[in-house]
Design a binder for this molecule. Structure first.
Ligand code: ADP
Ligand code: ASP
Ligand code: MG
Length: 446
C-alpha cells in the first residue's frame, strides 16, 4: 500500500504554531502515515534547542550540580505547546522519571534522546496517531553501529496492524538496552531507516528552507533551489559543508531506491528538492544549469613538494604517502605535475604531527623544496551535466580570474562529477559568489 515517511526538523516543531502547520501537512495527505519528529528547535535565532538544553542538564548532573532551573525551562516549553494546542495530556510522569534518571545515571545519549521522545508523545497525541518508542525498533550493537537488518525486522513487526504512527527521531537502543543516539542532526537518519523498513514510496524531509539550495544562503543572496539532485551529487556537496541532510541519511534509502523530497514546512506548496538515484532518467527534467551546486569548507593545508623529474622516480608518491600513513594522516586531494606534488590535508589533523610529517618527507624523498601552506579553503563545484559540457573548467577559472582570486589547487574527480578548487580562506565567499554568478545568473540571462 502506498505510504510516505515524513520527518520534521526542530524548527518545524519549535512551538504550537509550527505543530499546527505540521498537522495540516500530515492531514492533507492520507499517505503520510509514519511521522518522525525532532526535538523542538529554535523559535528565533538566539533561542536554544531543547537538545542543547538536555546536554547541558546532563553535564550539570554529571558534576553533581543542580540542574532544576534548566530542566524547568524544558518542561515549560513542552507544557506551553500542550496548553496552546489544548491537549488533554500531561508529561509530568515522564518529566520526573527523566529527572530522577539524570540524577542517578547522567548519560549523555539518554539525556539528549528525551527531546525527541517527549516531542513524539505530544505530536502523537495531537495527531491521534500511535506512539512507537524508537528504543523498541532502532537497534545498535554495543559499539554503537546500527544493526540495519535487526532494525528493519523490529520496525516491521512493531508497525504491523498500526494505521499510522509517530516514531521519535535521533535515537534507539543498543542490544544491551542502553539508549544510543546518532550524531547531531540524526533524526534525518531515523526517517531514512523507517522509510527503508516500510518500503515507502517517498521519504519527505520537512525543514525550514524550500529545498537544497545551489549555494549556502549565508554566502549567496537568495540562491536558487535545486529541483533534482542525485545521491552522488548530494554526497559531494554535503561533504563540503552543505549540511541540510545528515550524511548517513542517504544510504538506507539509496539502497532501497526510495527518493527523498526536501520540503519547507513554512511553504508546503513549494516543490522542494527531489533527491533521486544516480540512474534517474533526467530526460523528464526541463533544461537546467550546467552545475548543480557549489559548497566550500575552510580549514585545510597543502603540503607542497618540489623535486626535479619526480614523475620519473619510481615509488615517489608511495614514499610520500607512507609518511602520511605512518602518522595516521589521511589526505583529501593530491594533484601532481612533472616536478611538483601538492597534498591537501585537514589542518586540525595535520597540526599534531606537522613536524614529523615534514621531517619524514625530507628523509623519504629528499625534495628540492618542501613547504606547508595553511589557511586553504576547498570548494567543490558539483554537477552531473558537466561531463557533457565543454569549457566548464575554463569558465570557473575566468570567473575567479576576474575577481583576482588566486587558484592554489585544482582537481577534477575521475567521474567528472565535480571540480575541486583550493583558494585562500579569505577568498572563499567571493569565489562561491563569482562561480554562482557565472553559472546561475548568467545562464539565466541567455
Ligand atoms: P532541520 O532542523 O529541519 O533538520 P537543519 O538546520 O538541519 O534543519 O538544515 C536546514 C538548514 O541548512 C537551513 O536552514 C540552512 O541554513 C542550512 N544550509 C546550509 N547550506 C544549505 C544549502 N546548500 N541549501 C539549503 N540549506 C542550507
Ligand atoms: N535534536 C537532534 C539535534 O539537535 C537531532 C535532530 O534534530 O535531527 O541534533
Ligand atoms: Mg537537520
Amino acid at each position: 500500500m502506498a505510504n510516505k515517511v515524513v520527518k520534521f526538523g526542530g524548527s518545524s516543531l519549535a512551538d504550537a504554531n509550527q505543530f499546527r502547520k505540521v498537522a495540516d501537512i500530515i492531514k492533507s495527505d492520507s499517505k503520510r502515515k509514519y511521522v518522525i519528529p525532532s526535538a523542538p528547535g529554535k523559535r528565533y535565532s538566539d533561542d536554544i534547542k531543547i537538545t542543547d538544553m538536555l546536554y547541558k542538564c546532563c553535564e550539570l548532573a554529571g558534576s553533581g550540580m543542580d540542574f532544576s532551573e534548566l530542566f524547568n525551562a524544558i518542561k515549560e516549553r513542552y507544557n506551553g505547546i500542550i496548553s496552546e494546542l489544548g491537549l488533554d495530556m500531561s508529561l509530568d510522569e515522564e518529566f520526573s522519571s527523566i529527572e530522577n534518571e539524570l540524577k542517578a545515571r547522567p548519560a549523555r545519549d539518554f539525556a539528549a534522546s528525551r527531546g525527541e521522545f517527549l516531542n513524539g508523545k505530544v505530536l502523537a497525541r495531537y495527531l491521534g496517531f500511535s506512539f512507537v518508542d524508537a528504543a523498541d525498533v532502532i537497534i545498535f550493537d554495543n559499539k554503537g553501529t546500527l544493526l540495519l537488518e535487526e532494525t528493519v525486522k523490529a520496525v516491521r513487526e512493531r508497525l504491523k496492524g498500526l494505521e499510522n504512527a509517530v516514531i521519535p527521531g535521533f535515537y534507539g537502543r543498543t542490544v544491551e538496552g542502553f539508549i544510543k543516539t546518532f550524531s547531531r542532526g540524526g533524526s534525518d537518519v531515523t526517517g531514512s531507516i523507517i522509510a527503508n523498513a516500510v518500503r515507502a514510496d517517498i521519504y519527505e524531509n520537512w525543514t525550514d528552507v524550500s529545498g537544497f539550495l545551489v549555494a549556502d544562503p549565508r554566502i549567496v543572496d537568495d540562491p536558487d533551489v535545486i529541483g533534482t539532485i542525485t545521491y552522488r551529487e548530494l554526497r559531494e556537496l554535503a561533504y563540503m559543508g552543505a549540511s541540510v541532510l545528515h550524511e548517513e541519511a542517504i544510504f538506507p534509502v539509496r539502497s532501497a531506491g526510495i527518493p527523498i523530497n526536501i520540503k519547507n514546512t513554512n511553504r508546503p506548496e513549494d516543490p522542494g528538492t527531489m533527491i533521486v538515484s544516480d540512474d534517474y532518467d533526467f530526460r523528464r527534467e526541463s533544461l537546467s544549469h550546467t552545475i548543480t551546486g557549489i559548497a566550500g569548507r575552510k580549514g585545510f593545508s597543502t603540503i607542497n613538494i618540489e623535486k626535479a623529474m619526480m614523475n620519473s622516480e619510481t615509488g615517489f608518491g608511495m614514499k610520500v604517502l607512507k609518511v602520511l600513513y605512518d602518522n595516521g594522516l589521511s589526505f583529501e586531494h593530491m594533484p601532481s605535475g612533472i616536478d611538483t606534488m601538492s597534498i591537501t590535508v585537514d589542518s586540525s589533523k595535520l597540526e599534531p604531527v606537522r613536524d614529523k610529517v615534514l621531517s619524514g618527507i625530507r628523509r623519504a624523498v629528499s625534495p628540492d623544496h618542501l613547504e606547508i601552506e595553511d589557511g586553504i579553503a576547498v570548494l567543490a563545484i558539483v554537477g552531473r551535466r558537466m561531463k557533457n559540457t565543454r569549457g566548464t573548467v575554463a569558465r570557473i577559472f575566468a570567473a575567479l580570474a576576474h575577481a583576482r582570486i588566486n587558484v592554489k589547487m585544482i582537481d577534477q574527480g575521475s567521474s567528472e562529477l565535480n571540480v575541486i578548487i583550493g583558494v585562500s580562506e579569505h577568498d572563499l565567499s567571493e569565489a562561491i559568489r563569482r562561480i554562482y554568478d557565472m553559472f546561475i545568473n548568467s545562464e539565466k540571462s541567455i
